[in-house]
Design a protein around this ligand. Structure first.
Ligand SMILES: *Cc1c(COP(=O)(O)O)cnc(C)c1O
Length: 407
């Protein structure tokens, strides 16, 4: 095993009581929400210790969402690339098609525990909106999803899915009419209706306690992975890779292994058309410290502090800020970050379909594009685990169009 310069981690101590990961995170919200966030944090701490809550959570993750997910040896892809053995954690096989349901179930149970009967959520591409609408139907909760008007037009099918599950999708006409504007609108609603409403935020982002809570609801990904890889390989992997939008699927996989210094952890951001302002969403490639939508973190912004436009082929990674816990682990050097361009992603997407018969979500394909480059650099006795965070059915029409245009 190679020696590693990875720092010692005391992950249990994070975030601090004020919700900070080092200098990142915190709670930058209007006064009216401070009480609600404080209540939510306390309720969550109690729920975490409550065996009844934990057993309910486990029940619904298993019976409704389809956990545990497999750890699949990608034999043909491994052969094709001719290096490290590649395993996929199959979050794509979950109900609604991605890891997002883990968090949606957790927060819906929490809302029920708090006696809140009305749920709001933001959504970009619609995946988190669909997961939220789904759990609201299951638990009989009223559901309002805020979605940018532009995104609603691009993702009509997901709008219809949410409506089928009984959710009301509210079109957001402000700003660029995309995800950031939908979050603003959801926060406005929460301020007004905080008494009876819980806000199910969709990634490891926003004000404390959200980054911690969302992370914890996804930790099961890493816990299951440890068990499976020990069973299959008799040891822990050499590298683990996940794509990073807000950072929930990545931290869900990585958390379990943060204090195993010999495992290299790599988060992959969206390189879009390439690293020029406005053309990508790789926050660690030119992002600066700032505050956006509740937390302090790395943000893509212009010299005046205006939020930069972002671009990615995958809507789920297309956001100007990264989760604060990722910012911290990047600063102390525990997690490495890379990016994949749209072009790399389209190639990797087709390669996986052809070699394994798996159609990956374009978000997850960013991690895959990194693995495709990395695996051949490693010996055949090395092991890489990649989080296959979602399935690509939702992306097939878009890919067909892109490939058609390129041909
Ligand atoms: C939303 C989404 C992501 C990005 O969100 P994270 O919070 O960074 O995990 C990644 N993969 C899939 C399939 C998604 O739907």
């Amino acid at each position: 095993m190679t020696t590693s310069a990875n720092p010692m981690i005391e992950k249990e101590a994070l975030p601090s009581e004020s919700g900070r990961f080092g200098q990142f995170g915190g709670c930058y919200v209007p006064e009216t929400l401070m009480t609600a966030l404080g209540d939510l944090g306390r309720e969550y701490e109690q729920a975490k210790q409550d065996p009844e809550f934990q057993s309910q959570l486990e029940f619904y993750l298993k019976e409704f969402a389809g956990r545990p997910t497999g750890l699949y040896f990608a034999e043909r892809l491994t052969e094709e690339l001719g290096g490290a053995k590649i395993y996929f954690k199959r979050e794509d096989l979950l109900h609604t098609g991605a890891h997002k349901i883990n968090n949606a179930i957790g927060q819906a149970l929490l809302a029920r525990r708090m006696g809140k009967k009305r749920i709001i959520a933001e959504t970009g591409a619609g995946q988190h909106g669909v997961a939220t609408a789904t759990v609201c139907a299951r638990f009989g909760l009223d559901c309002v999803v805020y979605m940018g008007a532009v995104d609603m037009e691009r993702q009509k099918l997901n709008v219809f899915r949410m409506e089928l599950c009984g959710a009301e999708v509210r079109s957001v006409e402000s700003g660029q009419k995309t995800l950031k504007d939908a979050v603003n609108e959801a926060m406005r609603d929460w301020v007004t209706n905080v008494r009876e409403t819980h806000y199910i935020l969709g990634s490891a982002l926003g004000a404390h306690p959200y980054p911690m809570m969302v992370r914890d609801f996804h930790r099961v990904i890493g816990q299951e992975t440890r068990e499976s890889v020990m069973e299959k390989e008799g040891r822990l992997p050499d590298e683990m890779v996940a794509c990073v939008g807000g950072g929930s699927n990545a931290i869900g996989l990585f958390y379990e292994f943060l204090d195993e210094p010999e495992i290299r952890l790599v988060g992959v951001e969206a390189g879009g058309y390439g690293i020029q302002p406005g053309n990508h969403a790789a926050r660690f490639e030119g992002g600066r410290l700032g505050v956006l939508q509740g937390c302090k973190t790395y943000i893509l912004q212009n010299p005046d502090g205006q939020i930069e436009l972002t671009h990615s082929v995958s809507a789920g990674l297309d956001y100007a800020a990264i989760g604060p816990e990722h910012a911290y682990y990047r600063d102390i050097g525990r997690i490495d970050y890379a990016y994949a361009t749209d072009e790399d992603v389209l190639e990797a997407f087709q390669l996986l379909c052809r070699t394994e018969g798996i159609i990956p979500a374009l978000e997850s394909t960013h991690a895959l594009a990194y693995v495709v480059k990395r695996a051949p650099e490693l010996d055949t006795d090395k092991v890489i685990v990649m989080n296959l965070s979602g399935r690509g059915d939702k992306d097939v029409a878009q890919v067909a169009k892109l490939l058609g245009e390129n041909a």
